[in-house]
Write a protein that binds this ligand. Structure first.
Ligand SMILES: *Cc1c(COP(=O)(O)O)cnc(C)c1O
Length: 381
């Protein structure tokens, strides 16, 4: 756990990700004894730990329903949509949404912006006709492709997009609007809660909490309520139906009670920071400083193109250096960075180079320290 001031390591991990220090303190307290009113800071203890209390108890109901309400109030999920806390990660949603939202005789449409899109596409392909209507594969996913015209997905059961691409470091500048009433489906795992977003444009959205919202083991799902009554194209097992989990919201079977509590604490922290606008301003400054450093560099090159750059996952290579020197230079940079306390900067093998995940709880001071380190590394070359 990083202390706010001078951590031993700056944690640039893509996920499980850094969380605010106050959340660690409040969660540790709830492990010793949960407080009433959804673990409100001034409420009395209930005599049991969050790890042992029944998910059917009043104190836990206050946790889960409190977290649900905060998803509406802080993240801006509209009241027309049901919020669910599920298990199985965002990866289970690739399959679950394809089972539940596919309508008989209608293909599912996808936009391919990288690894996570492809995994979602693969699950859909196993279940029925799937069309990929746009892709940025040709440029190694360094951008978000232009949003296709309505004809491209006019007859689709739904249109699926990955709004922030954790591995390649690209992000939709805005959530697009799907035409013709086709339900838009978004995987917003790695930038959920990072800025104000038009979440109402999506009929269905999902996010693995461990990127920006909390610990692993909880997936935030939101679904427009009319979709809960839609008849899927084929049989869906009871436990995999959204309608099952919506009936007793997120209490059909034993939920990840601890994970939901931590999610609630993170949402309260976001609210106390000033909510989405205040959080977005900080994220904008952090990403801006890092991209400015990269754009000034003679050695490093940002992977994502301007207009498609993620504010959460910044990817870059040493492609500014002569080709013969890139590999040695990259490993030297990583080694020296690690020694200087910058942890988790190794890029995904598909991009190579480096990735700095700078989620909400990542301090501005850590970004400034990295920028300074990069400039100093370059001066020494
Ligand atoms: C991490 C990630 C996933 C996979 O999440 P799991 O919770 O590990 O299944 C899916 N989509 C995106 C965009 C991700 O960043």
């Amino acid at each position: 756990m990083a202390s706010a001031e001078t951590p031993k390591l700056w944690n640039f991990s893509a996920g499980p990700a850094i969380l605010p220090p106050v959340v660690f303190e409040r969660a540790a307290e709830a492990v010793r004894e949960l407080r009433a009113d959804g673990h409100a800071a001034t409420a009395p203890g209930v005599g049991l730990s969050i790890l042992e209390i029944s998910h059917r108890s009043k104190p836990y109901e206050a946790v889960t329903f409190g977290a649900e309400q905060l998803c509406h109030d802080v993240l801006g999920i509209p009241e027309t949509h049901q919020v669910l806390f599920l298990q199985g990660g965002a990866s289970l949603q690739f399959a679950m949404l394809a089972m539940n939202l596919r309508e008989a005789g209608k293909p599912a449409a996808y936009i391919d912006t990288g690894v996570w899109s492809q995994k979602a596409i693969a699950e859909s392909q196993g279940l029925g006709e799937t069309t990929v209507i746009a892709s940025s594969a040709a440029s190694n996913y360094d951008r978000i492709p232009a949003f296709p015209p309505a004809e491209a997905y006019a007859n689709a059961s739904y249109l699926h997009i990955t709004t922030n691409n954790t591995i390649f470091g690209t992000e939709y500048a805005e959530i697009p609007e799907a035409a013709g009433g086709v339900p838009l489906v978004i995987d917003f795992s790695s930038h959920a809660g990072s800025r104000p977003m038009a979440l109402e444009r999506a009929a269905f959205g999902y996010a693995g909490a461990q990127k920006n919202l909390g610990p692993s083991g909880v997936t935030l799902v939101y679904i427009r309520k009319d979709l809960l009554n839609k008849k899927p194209a084929a049989h869906v097992p009871v436990v995999l139906r959204y309608a099952t989990h919506a009936k007793e919201p997120s209490l059909y079977n034993t939920p990840n009670t601890f994970g939901v509590l931590v999610l609630k604490l993170v949402l309260e922290w976001m609210r106390d920071q000033g909510g989405m606008p205040a959080i977005a301003a900080v994220n904008e400054r952090k990403a801006g400083q890092l991209y400015a450093t990269l754009d000034r560099s003679q050695v490093f090159r940002a992977h994502a193109q301007p207009g498609s750059r993620s504010r959460m996952n910044v990817t870059w290579t040493a492609n500014g250096a002569p080709e013969a020197e890139r590999e040695a230079l990259s490993s030297r940079f990583l080694k020296e960075a690690q020694k200087a306390g910058f942890d988790g900067l190794k890029g995904h093998r598909l991009v190579g180079g480096f990735r700095a995940s700078i989620y909400n709880a990542f301090p501005e001071a850590g970004v400034a320290a990295l920028c300074e380190f990069m400039a100093e590394f370059e001066r020494r070359l």
